[in-house]
Design a protein. Sequence first.
Length: 565
Amino acid sequence: MTLNEDSLFAPPILPEITYNPDAPNGFDWPIPENANMAELCCDRWSRVQPERVALTHVNEDGQSRDWCYRELHQASCNLAAYLSQLGITSGDRIALLLSQSPEAFITHFACYRIGAIALPLFTLFGVDALQFRLADSGAKLLVTDTSQIDKIASLEGQLPALAHVLISGRENDREIDSDNALPSMKTARFEAATREQATLEDWPAIAHKDAPAIMIYTSGTTGAPKGALHAHRFLLGHLPNVEISHNGLGHKHDKGWTPADWAWIGGLMDLAMPCLYYGVPLVAMRFVKFDASKAFAFIAKHQIRNMFLPPTALKLMRFAEAEHGLPKGVSIRSIASGGEALPEAVVSWAKQRLGVDINEIYGQTECNLVICSQRPHNRLPEGAMGTAVHGHQVAILDTNNKPCPPGILGEISVKTPDPVMMLGYWGQPEKTAEKISDGWLRTGDMGSMDKDGMFTFIARDDDVITSAGYRVGPSEIENCLMQHPRVQLAAVIGLPDPIRTEIITACIVPDQHERLEALEEDLKKLVKNRLSPHLMPKRFVWQETLPLTATGKIMRRHLRGALTS
């Protein structure tokens, strides 16, 4: 594990991972006993290059402000002292209802200093989603900003464990009558809590590698959301994949940004935290609603070079570029993408128009970044998402936990123990035992592996379509449909059919709602000729939009419900 020479001011932390057939998962991960994420991503840089820019925060009005590592270090120590005075201690949960901002990282690092567990929450969550997560986690303190106060006030009296709220924002952003709005909670200004000068030596970032650090709730696509509890070690477990997917992170002039919210593992751990670890300036700015044309202008203005972009964002950017072209100044070096299958048409577009090889990365909230495509060094069969990253043992298992032969459909599974694997689901040992058993974490994703170790994602287990005796995964058909220039987004689902069991149905967002009959015939021919007649959708549904999760994944379950109700 090495840093690029142009940015090597802090020593690498993780020595080489070695293959060891006698190790539980086949590899030796020489992770140091103290692997506190505040030390790894903040303090070690603050010691050797304190004025180095860690973060550039861009406000809604477009104004930006640089934060150096020294400032993040001092502010997080100040906040750690404040939290300690409130009685927050090791193991307590601290919720962060914040958008991409310096306050988010300051809170993360303060939590890690005192052994508290950071609980990032998505700012677009509604009241019910917040109530569930805050109650389920038993969070004692919430850090948020003035825009979220109405939501929290509506939960008054429903969260007995939540005793404190820290509110970020300028004093003139909004006047808050704390006693009336939140009478059961003690409120204070975030800025005041970080203003007192703590002695840095009193808040060293020391924590055992296996100590709980962060809890990220699953998106709830397969049932009620569950809190996946992770240890400090999981940052280091992400790094091999990050280095591969970005062809080395830390080159001269590298600068990172993702539109994915830091409340999700993709935004936080696929790019944001690794940028700070590698000393790569991170730009913090999240669109309330993703706009592909504005995203290109933003990338050009701030000279963004390295990005994590969900497939949905890339599909929209491809369409926007075809309409408007690229703004002057776009110079991208690396793009990683994950969360859904990535269409080959998007990969080809990025290579031709952006000059970038997109690397597809695979993982999930419970066990992230274990597979990577490794472009341009590896040639991938069409539809494949890559091989297992060095240090992770990944297999396709049948229902008896036995490896499937090459090319046979099974469940993507990861061998335990693994540094990126969760400690367990918060308060749900029975669900943890269902997820991790007999030495394997079963992802719930269906896929196959060829004889060369290349993995292909097929679908979530409950997204597989059973039609006329065939088991059909939607991703391959969606990727094919996305090759048509008139298709903006595509989702494929199975709807009940008395003869075929399920009928393959394509839900399409077209570029315009004229000549749809001709478009339908074109799409049928496309799938028939490029894939197979048995994969050709028998029904087409034209949509203005598709239901997406907050992380940009297509909610096929919602589509099925809407079309069968």
